[in-house]
Structure formats: structure tokens, C-alpha cells
Design a protein around this ligand. Structure first.
Ligand code: IPE
Ligand code: IPE
Ligand code: MG
Length: 257
């Protein structure tokens, strides 16, 4: 497995186009309410937005796209809404997997899917296997995912793999391979639609140095144009990773000569 550099241990190379985008797709319920529709109609519409964004990311050369589909706290929603989301998830996996494979997009799931129906678990396994060799874009869906769960499960795996580990021997390098997104570099750009400015227990560890972009646009209305607006904003950021602006400027100068 490729070991991706950690933003807290080394200064990562920042690219013009974000290599990895992580999105909290929020606002489906409000989108539906604004149209006097049931909340679930917003989720169905949100799926179309996912398709558009996946395609656009692949087209412009984003390498990793990660979306938050269902949080470990979303079980608190009314049972009918949870059940609708599960059915939509299964239906979309069945309907999209061949298209993903044709477009050279690999699908990965992160989160504790052991709580899902066996039909979903089997479909997840099938979809991951079918797209495993695809290289153009890695599309990750976070389902029953929580950032705290991720850190805890990584710690448990790390201790299981190194049973004689002393507390002072626990390092980032040792823990990192057990995190659920160890196969990807840390996100460069985080997008949250729907107007809230919070992380809601998404990738807590991995977002350490990610640029955070918040927009009031509701997820079903988020399209290619909105994605490019986020890129535009991202391109204006100075990614210092703890250094000063002057240090960055002198690095650019020394690389130019
Ligand atoms: C995000 O939209 C989708 C999920 C959490 C599954 P919401 O359903 O949270 O929409 P709002 O925030 O209520 O508008
Ligand atoms: C975050 O949205 C989770 C997903 C988009 C899947 P929520 O709507 O659940 O977040 P909160 O409750 O407003 O923080
Ligand atoms: Mg919400």
C-alpha cells in the first residue's frame, strides 16, 4: 500500500487542482421542504447531483472524491427516512456500478457497514471488487461513518497488530495505515453545502490541513458551476502548513532558479 505523507509530519506538495475533495452533501431536506415535497424527495434529487459531481471530478483530473452519505449519528432520524436512505443506497449501487467501471472509476466504502442489511453489505463488496482495477478516479462513499469511530477503530487495529506496544511507541506512522482512508492522500479541499459551518464528525483526523469551503447552496442544487466556484476559491488559498508567507515565497523563488 502507498504510504501518503502526513500533513503534520511533512509538508505535502499542494497542487493547483485539488487531488482529493471531501464533501458533506447537506441540505436535501430543506431543498424538498422549499418545494413542499417530503424530505426524501430531496435525497432522491441529491443523487443526481452526486452523478454530476463524480463525472466532473473525473473529467478535470481530481484523483479522489469522498462524499458523506450517512453519518453514524444519522440513525437518530425518523425510521422511515433511514429506511428510504438505505433503499436508495442499495438501488444506486445496483444502478451505477457498471457505469462506474466503464468510466474507470473505482468505488470504495468507508464506515461501519456491519450495521447495514446483508443485501447492502454484499452489494458493497461486489461493487468494490468490480471497480477495484479502475484508475481515473477513486470515489469513496462514507456510510455509517464517524470520524471518532475511524480513529478508535484504527487504534484498536494498531494495538491488535502490535500487542507489545508501549504508550511512548504509539506514533502517527504506526496508526496511519489503520485509518479507513489510508489509501488516499489527505483531502486538499473540503466542501460543505447547505449553509452550516461544522464538520459533523466527518474525517476528523484527515482534515487537519484541508481548506474548508462552505456554501449556502443546497446539495441538490450543487452542480459543475458551483464546483468550479469552489475550485476558484481554493486556488486563492495560501497553503502554509504552519510556515510563514515569507518562507513560502522564498521557496517559490528558489524553485524558479
Ligand atoms: C443531507 O441532507 C443528507 C443526509 C444527511 C443523508 P439533510 O437530510 O441533512 O438535509 P437538511 O440538512 O435537513 O436540509
Ligand atoms: C452531515 O449532515 C451528514 C451527511 C451529510 C451525511 P447532517 O445534516 O447529518 O449534519 P448536522 O446534523 O446538521 O450536523
Ligand atoms: Mg442536514
Amino acid at each position: 500500500m502507498t504510504i501518503h505523507p502526513s500533513s503534520t509530519l511533512t509538508v505535502p506538495q499542494a497542487s493547483a487542482i485539488p487531488r482529493h475533495i471531501a464533501i458533506i452533501m447537506d441540505g436535501n431536506g430543506r431543498w424538498a421542504r422549499n418545494r413542499l415535497l417530503p424530505r426524501v424527495a430531496g435525497h432522491a434529487e441529491g443523487l443526481d447531483a452526486v452523478r454530476k459531481i463524480v463525472e466532473e471530478c473525473r473529467r478535470i483530473g481530481v484523483e479522489y472524491l469522498t462524499v458523506f452519505a450517512f453519518s453514524s449519528e444519522n440513525w437518530r432520524r425518523p425510521p422511515e427516512e433511514v429506511s428510504f436512505l438505505m433503499k436508495l443506497f442499495l438501488k444506486s449501487l445496483k444502478g451505477e456500478v457498471s457505469k462506474l467501471a466503464e468510466n474507470d472509476i473505482s468505488l470504495r466504502l468507508i464506515g461501519d457497514i456491519s450495521r447495514f442489511d446483508s443485501s447492502i453489505q454484499e452489494m458493497v463488496q461486489f461493487s468494490e471488487q468490480k471497480t477495484a482495477g479502475c484508475k481515473s478516479l477513486t470515489f469513496t462513499v462514507a456510510a455509517n461513518y464517524g470520524g471518532r469511530w475511524d480513529i478508535l477503530q484504527a487504534m484498536r487495529q494498531c494495538l491488535a497488530a502490535n500487542p507489545n506496544l508501549q504508550p511512548e511507541q504509539v506514533t502517527e506512522e504506526l496508526l496511519q495505515p489503520h485509518l479507513s482512508m489510508a489509501y488516499a492522500p489527505e483531502p486538499d479541499l473540503f466542501i460543505r453545502t447547505g449553509g452550516e459551518q461544522r464538520i459533523s464528525n466527518f474525517l476528523l483526523w484527515q482534515l487537519a490541513y484541508t481548506e474548508l469551503y462552505f456554501t449556502d447552496v443546497l446539495w441538490p442544487d450543487f452542480d459543475e458551476f458551483q464546483l468550479h466556484k469552489a475550485f476558484e476559491w481554493y486556488s486563492q488559498r495560501e497553503r502554509r502548513f504552519g510556515r510563514t508567507s515569507a518562507q513560502l515565497a522564498s521557496k517559490v523563488m528558489s524553485e524558479a532558479v
